[in-house]
Design a protein around this ligand. Structure first.
Ligand SMILES: Nc1ncnc2c1ncn2[C@@H]1O[C@H](COP(=O)(O)OP(=O)(O)OP(=O)(O)O)[C@@H](O)[C@H]1O
Length: 785
């Protein structure tokens, strides 16, 4: 199968333009025809000195649609018309926004900073995909996965794996793909990743790199007769804004950021020019020089759905850049109509399952046919033949013949039956013989004993006159015992089969597992500076080398890296940590093993605790039931008016007594259970404390290691910043507030509130990034001084 299902040729690449609205729109530079598809841009030469009185001339540009003051929804509906329908059939798509800095690309693509109404294409695609999934769920099992990356000049930054290293072109397959279980979780992932994007130094959200959100769609039919799966990707690309350095629009970007954005766009233009030429696939592969083009892979071809949305500014100063955008659009539109390619793969698992089922079916049929044919044979066979076979079998057993000729299964069954009957007969005879022999032996033994005892009696009568009878009988008994039990057979010493308990092992494990033992064994420090420092130096050197190479390649992010670059003798946290855990002098392995043991013990105690709490709950319920039973019994008495006897004593019914007794029992059990829970709670606290102490010892050892090796601490800034930001933004409160939001959702628009909450997630990520950046700067400064 593979990519070989075609539809008729159609125009796969469509190009739209969105015009940035301004208060004083200069329509004398740009004209749009009423069809909203044709655009005229004034000749730039007309603006030259001395050209004032000339008749204006225009360049004409055909497009697939021009948006001016259109809503986000209208733009989505127009650009994405029919795209998702093709995607669920297995055709990949690229939705790409390009244009000048600040011309509205991020608004079109994400719109995440804006209101729910103004959300962009990406969140709308996610919502519609999940809607589609629900609508075809009776036919297909649809899987939606996500990845979100940013491409810089030479490397990829995986936004769904923020702690991971930067990936170069060789490692693109390592980009993280996250499964999404529903629309909300997909949205959460999107907002979180968006908050992790790189932005310019002044913290205004000016994207300095190309963002690519990829939705991986897989469809497997429920119908098992069709062992196929359809696979497609939707890449939603927000290209970094192109510009001329020094322009007012690019004021927040440095020269490298502007240069890289321009380069990425022109490399894309080059590639699309090659695509227009219908170049064979293997040649195309070599042309994918830019990492963005490599990442988009086969989806960036004339056989996929391409929707490019250009962004224009129409004022005189930006007209030159807008013209270059329009020319790029013309190149994309120039791609020849091609057949769409649908990626329909064989579902190997399903195919295997199907074949296994068929095989099982065939085997069943085979067994059935054998059974039937045997049945036929045995019922139809001649009785003479059976007698003959019995005779042959007996002859064989009596060695009168050397072989038995079997013509069919029934012959074999007959022969086997003869053998079986004979065996059973012999077995019965054997048992009978054993029984007879046993009885005979028993009688003989009895006789023997009788003879011995009669002899003994006579000897006894002879001796009885000289010695006391009791003593002689005792000694006689002793000698008989010795005869019955041969000396060679010795009783095993008591307890010899029980496994010896090694006191050292047991003692060791008990001291280690004791949760209240707060001390963690720490061996004295040995200094193995040479080996670890060598590694550190090597890795630092390579890191700095790559830093400097990217710095000379020069992006804005590189300038941040440069600013936060550490002195030569200090590694980043990951490197320092790796050195620490491999340095045998610091016993990391032993320490972490101890912590793991503590954690295991704590988990066990926690499990017990949960169980006991559950039991406590049950007992509480039981007490409630008993209480209400007792109250009912009291009520019954009151209703019967049998309240007092003649002496004025309260008459208590038997039922009431029984209920009271039950209540007391239940109450006692409850008290016991409460004590049990309290006890186990204390154990749990001790176990958790032990875990914390263990972890603290590790971090102390790590600190000591850093101080000794690098004369400074090397903190994990990411972890610290997450904690700090969460505290400052009171994320827990926000998360807890989600339920409250659910409750009042009936009054307000549910989607709007949810969207606002999602924006909070993005804000957290941005705050975290800013915090980490600031912290890193300060720390590096302190290291340098
Ligand atoms: N069509 C529009 N109508 C109203 N405001 C807009 C429009 N397009 C963009 N804006 C506003 O202009 C600002 C810049 O837009 P946006 O961030 O989307 O630009 P961008 O092209 O993505 O910029 P960059 O390349 O720096 O990332 C935002 O505040 C956005 O809300």
């Amino acid at each position: 199968m593979g990519r070989n299902t075609f539809t008729p040729r159609c125009k796969n690449a469509k190009v739209y333009f969105r015009i940035f609205p301004t208060a004083n729109m200069r329509w004398e530079h740009v004209k749009i025809l009423e069809d909203m598809k044709t655009l005229y841009v004034r000749y730039l030469q007309d603006f030259g000195v001395g050209r004032g009185g000339c008749e204006p001339s225009y360049w004409k540009f055909e497009t697939d649609g021009i948006f001016y003051n259109d809503t986000q929804e209208e733009i989505y509906n127009t650009t994405m018309a029919g795209v998702l329908e093709k995607v669920v059939e297995g055709c990949s798509a690229i939705i790409l926004a390009f244009g000048q800095t600040g011309s509205g690309k991020s608004l079109t693509i994400n719109g995440l900073q804006n209101s729910f109404r103004d959300r962009g294409i990406a969140p709308r695609v996610i919502s519609d995909l999940f809607e589609k999934k629900a609508s075809i769920k009776h036919l297909f099992k649809m899987g939606i996965e996500m990845s979100y990356i940013e491409t810089h000049k030479m490397y990829v930054n995986d936004l769904l794996n923020p702690t991971g290293d930067k990936l170069d072109s060789q490692a693109l397959k390592n980009v993280k793909v996250v499964k999404t279980k529903d629309e909300h979780s997909a949205m959460k992932t999107l907002f979180k990743a968006e908050g992790r994007r790189e932005f310019s130094e002044d913290y205004t959200i000016k994207h300095a790199a190309n963002g690519v959100l990829t939705l991986h769609v897989t469809l497997k039919p429920h119908n098992q007769t069709e062992p196929i799966k359809k696979v497609a990707k939707i890449h939603i690309v927000d290209l970094a804004g192109v510009d001329t350095f020094g322009n007012l629009t690019s004021i927040h970007k440095d020269v490298n950021q502007v240069g890289n954005a321009n380069l990425a766009r022109s490399q894309l233009e080059q590639f699309i020019l090659i695509l227009c030429e219908n170049v064979p696939g293997h040649v195309l592969g070599k042309q994918r020089l830019n990492i963005l083009i490599q990442y988009l892979g086969e989806a960036l071809s004339a056989h996929s759905i391409l929707r490019f949305i250009g962004h224009l500014r129409t004022n005189k100063e930006n007209l030159l850049i807008s013209l270059s955008m329009l020319r790029f659009g013309q190149i994309v539109r120039g791609m020849k109509p091609q057949k769409l390619q649908f990626d329909i793969k064989e579902n190997k698992d399903l195919k295997q399952k199907k074949l296994e089922q068929e095989l099982a079916e065939i085997k069943k049929m085979q067994d059935l046919s054998i059974m039937l044919s045997n049945g036929d044979l045995s019922t139809n066979i001649n009785q003479e033949r059976i007698k003959h076979m019995q005779h042959v079998a007996e002859e064989y057993l009596h060695n009168k013949t050397d072989e038995i000729v079997l013509l069919n299964v029934t012959d074999a069954t007959t022969v086997l039956k003869v053998f079986k009957d004979l065996y059973n007969k012999l077995e019965a005879e054997k048992i009978e013989c054993t029984r007879i022999a046993y009885e005979k032996a028993y009688e003989d033994a009895l006789m023997c004993v009788k003879k011995v005892s009669s002899k003994a009696d006579s000897v006894q009568s002879m001796k009885s006159s000289k010695k006391g009878s009791r003593k002689s009988i005792k000694s006689h008994e002793g000698s008989l015992d010795e005869k019955v039990i041969p000396k060679s057979v010795k009783k095993p010493p008591k307890g010899s089969l029980t496994r010896p308990i090694s006191s050292s092992v047991d003692g060791q494990s008990s001291t280690k597992l004791k949760t209240h033992d707060k001390t963690v064994p720490v061996k004295p420090l040995k200094h193995s500076r040479t080996s670890s420092l060598n590694i550190m130096k090597k890795s630092s050197a390579s890191r700095r080398k790559s830093n400097s190479s990217t710095a000379t390649a020069g992006t804005g992010i590189d300038s941040i890296i440069e600013e936060t670059a550490l002195p030569d003798n200090i590694p980043i946290h990951n490197e320092a940590w790796n050195l620490f855990i491999t340095d045998s002098a610091y016993n990391y392995k032993e320490l972490i093993n101890t912590v793991n043991k503590y954690e295991e013990a704590a988990k066990e105690v926690h499990r017990d605790y949960l169980l006991e709490v559950k039991n406590l709950q049950k007992l509480l319920e039981a007490v409630d039931i008993r209480k209400s039973e007792y109250q009912k019994a009291q009520m019954q008495r009151l209703l019967r008016k049998e309240i007092q006897d003649e002496d004025g004593n309260v008459i208590v019914s038997d039922l009431e007594n029984v209920c009271l007794e039950n209540l007391k029992i239940a109450h006692n059990e409850l008290v016991k259970q409460q004590e049990k829970v309290l006890k186990i709670q204390t154990e749990l606290r001790i176990a958790l404390e032990a875990c914390q102490n263990g972890k603290k010892t590790i971090s102390d050892q790590y600190e000591l290691f850093c101080q000794q090796k690098f004369q400074t601490s090397v903190p994990d800034l990411e972890a610290i910043s997450l904690q700090a930001v969460e505290e400052s933004l009171e994320i827990s409160a926000v998360n807890a507030g989600e339920e409250e939001v659910e409750v009042c959702a009936a009054e307000k628009n549910h989607d709007i509130i949810r969207y606002e909450n999602l924006k909070q997630i993005m804000k957290t990520q941005i705050q975290r990034k800013i915090y980490t950046r600031e912290k890193a700067k300060k720390w590096v400064q302190s290291c340098k001084t």
